[in-house]
Design a protein around this ligand. Structure first.
Ligand SMILES: Cc1cc2nc3c(=O)[nH]c(=O)nc-3n(C[C@H](O)[C@H](O)[C@H](O)COP(=O)(O)OP(=O)(O)OC[C@H]3O[C@@H](n4cnc5c(N)ncnc54)[C@H](O)[C@@H]3O)c2cc1C
Length: 312
């Protein structure tokens, strides 16, 4: 991994200052929270911003609050605080388990929920140092017109490997976005574009301010397949949340550029999802472990979490 290139660095103290900085700036600016996803990408030459806006000094963006109708989580809340939160542990088992299995404890101490949600997609041919990538032609994600993982592919198949978004989507979470035009709320599932090259539909001047989860207590669970159990991205991850009447949502992550979402309204319907999800899983060979093995593990892990949650 090489040294960081030069860029301008600003650290606003308030959201007003942040918005001013963005609206006045003419070049390519990027938001930095914990930096655990962004900085390795800059060092690998995958991102090259002119300006980094470090939002960690902005007060009032780190909290987990029960507001009665909803639970609200500030975008700068670190993953470790999510694991420790009694509200989350008691109400949202899928999110609690997902946070516990995210990366490693040192990354949980630094990485934020906002940065976790907006981490970029990954590919075996893309998340590599510049010297390694030079032996391949530029792909869709690096500005070219081909996919190195799926020869003949007409789009970028890079995979979204976040742990928290599938769990949050299973809970019906929304995000509150702040931009020059003010605040707006949208379902978290709708920020995914489905395109590996530009995985989010947010504009570059929008900030996630907080995440909103309906406050109903849910049953649920989370299963994750990863290469190294001590620290690693998911290669398959399954989140399940359901209410007392067996109505809910199962979400499959690391299946493509966006999580796959399956709603159900009874345990019978839920039991039919694993086979369908397994068939829907992408077959592009762009992650560790073969596509066929990962496909099969979608079924295995979905069955596992379903049986565990139904028995609880
Ligand atoms: C070795 C290693 C292992 C990892 N394993 C996992 C894993 O198992 N599971 C997993 O999910 N992740 C994993 N990660 C990725 C990363 O550590 C986490 O996703 C982390 O939560 C990212 O948060 P951050 O605050 O550091 O994000 P940053 O790096 O600061 O930001 C990530 C992206 O989000 C944008 N951003 C950040 N906050 C906001 C905001 N509030 N509004 C708008 N844009 C924002 C940034 O501009 C950037 O594009 C791993 C990383 C490493 C280096």
């Amino acid at each position: 991994m090489s040294l960081l290139p030069e860029f301008e660095y600003k650290r606003p103290e308030s959201l007003e200052e942040f918005l001013h900085l963005l609206s006045d700036y003419k070049g390519d600016a990027m938001i930095l929270a914990g930096g655990t996803d962004l900085l390795p990408r800059i060092k690998m030459g995958l991102k090259n911003p002119d300006l980094i806006i470090d939002i960690k000094n902005i007060d009032g963006l780190s909290y987990v609050k029960d507001e009665g109708k909803n639970v609200r989580i500030g975008a700068l809340t670190i993953i470790y605080e999510i694991i420790k939160s009694k509200i989350i542990k008691d109400k949202y088992p899928a999110l609690h388990e997902a946070a516990t299995l995210t990366a490693s404890e040192n990354l949980q101490q630094r990485g934020t929920i906002g940065g976790n949600i907006l981490q970029d997609t990954r590919c075996l041919y893309y998340n590599k140092p510049e010297s390694w990538r030079k032996s391949f032609n530029p792909c869709f994600k690096t500005g070219g017109e081909i996919c190195n993982a799926a020869r003949g592919g007409k789009k970028c198949f890079a995979v979204y490997c976040g742990d928290l978004a599938p769990a949050l989507i299973s809970l019906g979470a929304s995000v509150c976005l702040l931009g020059k035009k003010g605040e707006k709320e949208m379902p978290l599932k709708d920020i995914f574009s489905g395109d590996g090259k530009f995985p989010f539909s947010l504009s570059s001047d929008e900030l996630i301010k907080n995440i909103i989860i309906p406050s109903d207590e849910m049953r649920g669970g989370y299963e994750k397949l990863r290469m190294r159990k001590s620290i690693d991205y998911p290669v398959v991850n399954i989140a399940l949340s359901m209410d007392a009447g067996d109505k809910g949502r199962l979400v499959v992550g690391s299946a493509g550029a966006n999580p796959l979402i399956y709603d159900f309204s009874s345990s019978e319907e839920l039991r039919q999802i694993p086979e369908k999800a397994q068939n829907d899983m992408s077959t592009v060979n762009n992650m560790y472990l073969s596509p066929l093995y990962r496909k099969n593990m979608v079924g295995v892990l979905s069955d596992k979490v379903i049986e565990r949650v139904l028995a609880s």
